[in-house]
Every structure is written in structure tokens, then in C-alpha cells.
Design a protein around this ligand. Sequence first.
Ligand code: FES
Length: 115
Amino acid sequence: MSSAKALGMPDKNVHKEFFNVEVDTGGNSFEVFAEQSGITVKVSENESISTALKAAGVKVQVSCEQGTCGTCLCDVTEGIPDHRDVYLTDEEKEDNDQITLCCSRSLTPRLVLDI
Ligand code: FES
């Protein structure tokens, strides 16, 4: 990855593989409004967004649950994500318009998601 970066290759053109990633998924609680579902959930300190949404009956697709595969990627309509994944590139994370629901959290008290 660093070699590709040194050669000036954009992150989006570099294929990455992760085999075991430890992601810190804990943090302060916050609120998530699932726009399409019309459901608001509280995400607790040691709970993921995907777990909170699933418990409220919102269908969320997950696979790795480590922030590596992108299966749980969701558009962010409002709020600022606290990106904990290794799936999104640095540039994509700076856009703050997508979030991985299995491990990322929120820097704002409320996130509005397109789900
Ligand atoms: S399930 Fe793989 S990144 Fe979230």
C-alpha cells in the first residue's frame, strides 16, 4: 500500500486484502435515524450500529463485521461518521457521506442514514 502511494497511485486503484483486523468499536452512545425505515435507535457504548438497527427490525446486510469487506456500507444523509473501518479510502472517509455499519460510530450525537 505504501509502495503504491509512493508511486502516486490513487487508493481507489489499489486492491487490498485483510485477513484479521482488530477494530475498536466502542465509544459514546449516539442516536441513529434510519431514514427509509422511519426508525430511530440508540446505539449504546459497546454496540454496533448494525446490531442496534437489526434489533429494531431494520434489515442490515453484514459479512466480515470487522470493517474490511464493505458489505454493510450505507449512505450518510446527516451527521459526521467516526470511521473505524479499513474498507473506505482516506479520501472516501473525508467525504463523510458513507459509513460501515458494523464497526464505525458517530462523531455527532445523531446520524441520519439512508437505510
Ligand atoms: S460487514 Fe464487512 S465492512 Fe461491515
